[in-house]
Design a protein around this ligand. Structure first.
Ligand code: ATP
Ligand code: RIB
Length: 302
């Protein structure tokens, strides 16, 4: 079984369905529902790895509070290895406030809280167990990302980075060589100044990106246009968008898992598009992530 170590964020998501988003100074009424759903970019990916048939090891940090308890309960139910999750006594569990519009588009603000407390000792111990890949996003501290990447690189472990959320100040140049680097449209624009929308603009963006971070494969997630990787636009599997939250996290986790099996990045991207399409068709973060048989059934229907 392929083992993926995710070193990244864990949040409780407070999700509100909203008819529209308020302007500055405006108050609007939500006539829809609100709920609390386990989320966080790293946790969503760790859950995706487990549900898609990989061995998922999660190195993260949550507070010693009710949200931290609820997140750990989910990870244990999903059979995720939680030995490297630190519990902070002085920081609350990360919280994301999410507004979802009728189009399925979301707007997210994250309070990082305990996500800043991932320890070097936990990273070292998790890397020492030699996972098949290290998977990270940029939702933890810069120091955590750079430290874990260098630890994995020194141990010869392939590194996959999902570039969300993109901070223009993030020092991409400090990363060692990466196996797969995967930004979405807005992250690509933030890091390169190029808005990717077709093959030519993706190629232009990757030319700029490759001067900042060396990767074997660059895979740009293009929302409802699918993705671009290695000279190919892989189309999405069409669906009615309900809530796109966790689509990118699931996409990159699925891409990594499938790529590690045989090194075929295009096949992996097709699988990832199918998994993400299911996420988009459902509400919430972890609640929307499919199990492997659902993805295989969707692919065989195409
Ligand atoms: P997130 O909402 O989790 O932050 P993201 O912005 O990182 O997602 P996107 O590019 O929006 O990532 O989506 C990831 C993948 O999900 C796309 O590459 C595509 O395969 C799939 N996807 C996104 N939107 C749709 C859609 N409307 N219909 C079908 N598939 C979609
Ligand atoms: O990518 C979606 C995730 O971003 C949400 O679950 C939220 O917690 C934020 O981290």
């Amino acid at each position: 079984m392929i083992k993926i170590l995710t070193v990244s964020s864990a949040n409780m998501d407070f999700v509100m369905d909203t008819p529209t988003v308020p302007e500055g100074g405006e108050t609007i009424i939500c006539h829809g529902s609100y709920k609390y759903v386990p989320g966080g970019k790293g946790a969503n990916s760790a859950v995706a790895v487990a549900r898609l048939g990989g061995k998922s090891v999660f190195c993260a940090s949550v507070g010693r509070d009710a949200n931290g308890d609820a997140l750990l309960e989910l990870y244990n139910n999903e059979k995720i290895d939680t030995r490297f999750i630190y519990r902070s006594n002085d920081c609350p569990t990360g919280l994301a406030a999410i507004m979802v519009e009728p189009s399925g588009q979301n707007r997210i603000i994250v309070y990082p809280g305990a996500n800043a407390k991932i320890t070097k000792e936990a990273i070292d111990a998790a890397v020492a167990e030699r996972p098949d890949a290290l998977f990270m996003q940029l939702e933890t501290s810069v120091e955590t990302v750079i430290y874990a990447a260098n630890a994995a690189s020194e141990a010869g472990i392939p590194i996959v980075i999902d570039a969300g959320p993109a901070d223009p100040q993030f020092p991409l140049e400090k990363l060692p060589e990466i196996e797969i680097f995967s930004p979405n449209e807005s992250e690509t624009e933030i890091f390169t100044g190029v808005k990717p929308c077709d093959k030519a603009s993706c190629e232009k963006a990757i030319e700029i990106l490759s001067k900042r971070v060396k990767a074997k494969h660059y895979c740009i997630k293009l929302g409802d246009k699918g993705c671009y990787v290695d000279g190919v636009i892989v189309p999405p599997i069409k669906t009615k968008a309900v809530d796109t939250t966790a689509a990118g996290d699931t996409f990159t986790a699925a891409l990594t898992l499938e790529y590690l099996k045989d090194g075929d990045i295009i096949r992996a991207a097709k699988f990832a598009c199918a998994a993400a399409s299911i996420v988009v068709s459902r509400a919430g973060a972890s609640s929307s992530i499919p199990y492997r048989p659902e993805v295989e059934a969707l692919i065989s229907k195409q």
